[in-house]
Design a protein around this ligand. Structure first.
Ligand code: DGJ
Length: 728
């Protein structure tokens, strides 16, 4: 049983295979937080939550019982205005202007499985899954305002997900000013916070900082989750490392503006919160209406960061990604972007594909530039009709030619955008996000279509249905290359303008949901100037993402290492591109470029017609090797071994589910003359299994590889080595 309730001491105990999450009704009314961590027995006693016991000058909310204050009480979903001075989980403004709520537990329900989260992506349940959901209802009596808190307990996945629904049950409208998805109050602040930070071409670098006695938030105000921060944080003890120690991971299933972080209050307890960014957000609820927050996925592990990542990877692979490609081996692709940019025609594309097909590559992707008058990035986004000068036979002509080579055909689109220099913009200038009278800031010469509008979303569904039906298309790369400015929608009234970014995301999800269901045979890949919107929200619709535009092998070590904190390797697109690299102008060996890319969803991003015969032979071998290991690489368990953020090398490994096989990836950044070879300790193997190194024939017990380690010879600058072990 995942949910155990003790009516005597009003205790709610959520249990997964290895973890416990415990709440209690405090002083007969407040929903308090008691414990989250290793699985334990249900505690006895009343009022167990952490609470400052001193006599500080803090207001006490109860005139009859002055023994407590909300200022430090560990709570589950705090309100503002009745003695808790920390940032609350939610805040609403009532018709009379007041912004105070006082919510107490009204009741609870247990749902078998998991109720649907309306209009939003979320983890799901399949028949046979051990999942129960606890709904706890909080109520503000004065204003007839209710909050339903949901806790879905994925027993076998060691995951709890949380979301909230705010119900306006009064007769007047209410403005939601803040509605976070989760809040967890920890009784002390001896933690570090890890988050993923970056920019275009430098996505998801790992940052780990001490939690100080202050407020420490990461966020996005971009209108998308963004390159700068990912909607993910982990808090852990200072001694926690990749393999051991307590860690608590939080990830938001949302692609828009978010906030996440820690706040330490005056007595030293630490609050973690995550949800939609309340900055410049509000949502009007008419009487009887409700607002649903996105889902937050929460993982506790006592086995360090790798333990946490393993839980995120498994649930995302199996219960977030959907469709026929969820469990399918993903094709090796070649993409023409860095090969041609906008300068191509039918014959050039077919030439590249012809060479690629000889090397065993399975899918050809036609990137930007196939439509309208799109010969550079200044124009034509929105004009989704084929450029017949470049492609006289249309999409069907190219797709057929590629298919004849025995390859699948894939197509790039950037549907959410419009260039002012386009037929679409000239016809519908008010279809973009804008503020009347204010000039429109352009990013990459483009504006964002207003997906908060139903008519714009319907238009996109129709036009994309035509595009996706215009040939035998097996794959679509869905790009998005700028974030929001001058946010406003022509159709919404003034008091709803701050709803635009969230309405946009809901519109986007509707468009993606409709199209991915309409075209189930298409493998969709998300992209946002590389990895600018790589989040669980998108992964619900599209089971893979273009990790970064930066394809340099060394830069990719940081990006893929950081990305793997949360997202499984089956979701990461990783390509070999030509050298000098187009982003950093570095030259690295072809082998190293492939060894990095071959630990995720593999492909090439270069002009295959320009490769030498030696290079072609090498690529052919890489493709053959990857195909043989593909299922292990894409669906095995991933372990980070050596961090590129800490030294001149990096290593990770992938272990098959039955532990009988593994691939160890080792990379050298800059080498040092005359330095000692290294022993790298492996992880995730079976102690007693005997593993053979494929290359040398040497045999080792699993416990030897994990404790003594495997010896790595000295490598030159930008060198790499993959070691393949298989148990007998
Ligand atoms: C940004 C993407 O990340 C690239 O891979 C490429 O598709 C370009 N857009 C095309 O404009």
């Amino acid at each position: 049983m995942a949910i155990i309730i003790n009516e005597n001491n009003k205790l709610f105990h959520l249990q997964t295979k290895n973890t416990s999450y415990i709440m209690q009704i405090y002083k007969k009314s407040y929903l308090s937080h008691v414990y989250w961590g290793k699985k334990i027995h249900s505690p006895e006693g009343d009022n167990l939550a952490f609470q400052y016991a001193g006599n500080g000058s803090v207001p006490r909310p109860d005139l009859e019982d002055k023994t407590y204050t909300l200022a430090s009480l560990a709570q589950e979903y705090s309100a503002y205005g009745t003695s808790d001075y920390r940032y609350p989980a939610f805040q609403v403004q009532h018709k009379d202007g007041s912004t105070i709520c006082d919510v107490r537990v009204e009741g609870y329900k247990i749902h078998q499985g998991k109720p649907e989260i309306k209009d939003m992506p979320s983890t799901y349940v399949e028949t046979g899954d051990k999942v129960e959901t606890l709904e706890i209802i909080l109520k503000d009596e004065l204003k007839s305002f209710k909050v339903s808190l949901y806790y879905a307990v994925y027993e076998d996945y060691d995951v709890i997900t949380r979301w909230a629904v705010l119900h306006n049950e009064g007769d007047d409208e209410v403005k939601v000013l803040r509605a976070l998805s989760t809040q967890v109050d920890f009784s002390d602040n001896d933690y570090e916070m890890l988050y993923l930070n970056g920019s275009w071409g430098r996505e998801r670098h790992v940052v780990r900082e001490k939690v100080n006695r202050n407020i420490h938030m990461i966020d996005s105000k971009l209108g998308g989750s963004g390159h700068v921060y990912n909607p993910f944080i982990a808090v852990m003890r200072p001694t926690t490392d990749e393999f051991k120690g307590d860690v608590y991971g939080f990830n938001l299933v949302y692609s828009g503006n978010f906030i996440a972080g820690t706040e330490v209050e005056q007595f030293g307890s630490m609050r973690v919160t995550m949800g939609i960014n309340p900055f410049d957000f509000s949502w009007l609820l008419e009487a009887g209406e409700a607002f649903t927050t996105p889902e937050a996925v929460m993982v506790y592990s006592s086995e360090g960061l790798n333990g946490m990542s393993k839980c995120f990877h498994k649930i995302y692979r199996e219960r977030l990604c959907r469709g026929q490609f969820r469990d399918a081996e993903r094709p090796i692709l070649i993409n023409n972007w860095e090969a041609t940019y906008f300068d191509f025609d039918h014959n050039k594309l077919v030439d590249i594909a012809t060479e690629a097909s000889k090397l065993g590559i399975e899918l050809f992707v036609l990137d930007d530039g196939w439509f309208g008058n799109r010969n550079d990035d200044h124009r034509a986004l929105g004009d989704w009709f084929v450029n017949r000068n470049k492609l006289p036979g249309g999409i069907q002509g190219v797709a057929d030619a590629i298919n004849e080579l025995g390859m699948q055909f894939g197509l790039w689109v950037e549907p959410e955008m419009v260039n002012p220099d386009s037929e679409l913009y000239r016809e519908h200038p008010d279809w973009c996000i804008h503020l009347e009278g204010r000039s429109r800031t352009e990013g990459r010469h483009q504006l964002i279509l207003d997906l908060s509008r139903e008519d714009v979303c319907d238009y996109l569904i129709n036009i994309l249905t035509d595009v996706f039906s215009s040939g035998n298309i097996g794959y679509v790369k869905w790009d998005m290359n700028r974030f929001m400015t001058e946010i406003g929608s022509a159709l919404l009234p003034p008091d709803r303008q701050r709803e635009v970014p969230h309405r946009y995301i809901l519109g986007l999800y509707r468009v993606m949901d409709t199209l991915t269901k309409k075209f189930p045979h298409i493998l969709f890949e998300g992209c946002a100037s590389g990895g600018g919107r790589m989040d669980p929200g998108i992964l619900y619709y599209m089971p893979q993402f273009w990790t970064s535009d930066n394809t340099d092998a060394i830069e990719r070590l940081y990006i893929q290492y950081g990305t793997s904190m949360v997202y499984p390797q089956s979701t990461m697109g990783a390509h070999v591109s030509e050298c000098p690299n187009h982003q950093v102008e570095r030259t690295t060996p072809l082998k190293t470029r492939a060894d990095v890319a071959m630990s995720a969803n593999f492909g090439y991003e270069l002009d295959a017609t320009k490769m030498t015969d030696i290079e072609k032979a090498e690529v052919k071998e890489q493709v053959e090797w990857y195909k043989k290991q593909r299922s292990l690489i894409q669906y095995g368990d991933f372990y980070r071994l050596v961090s590129p953020f800490e030294g001149e090398d990096a290593a990770w490994m992938i272990v098959s589910q039955d532990k009988k096989e593994c691939l160890v990836y080792y990379y050298q950044k800059l080498s040092q003359a005359n330095s000692a070879s290294k022993d790298i300790k492996l992880a995730g193997l079976a102690d007693d299994m005997v593993y053979m190194d494929y290359e040398t024939g040497s045999k080792y017990y699993g416990d030897q590889l994990m404790n003594l380690g495997v010896r790595i010879p000295n490598l030159k600058d930008f060198g790499s080595k993959i070691i393949h072990f298989k148990a007998e």
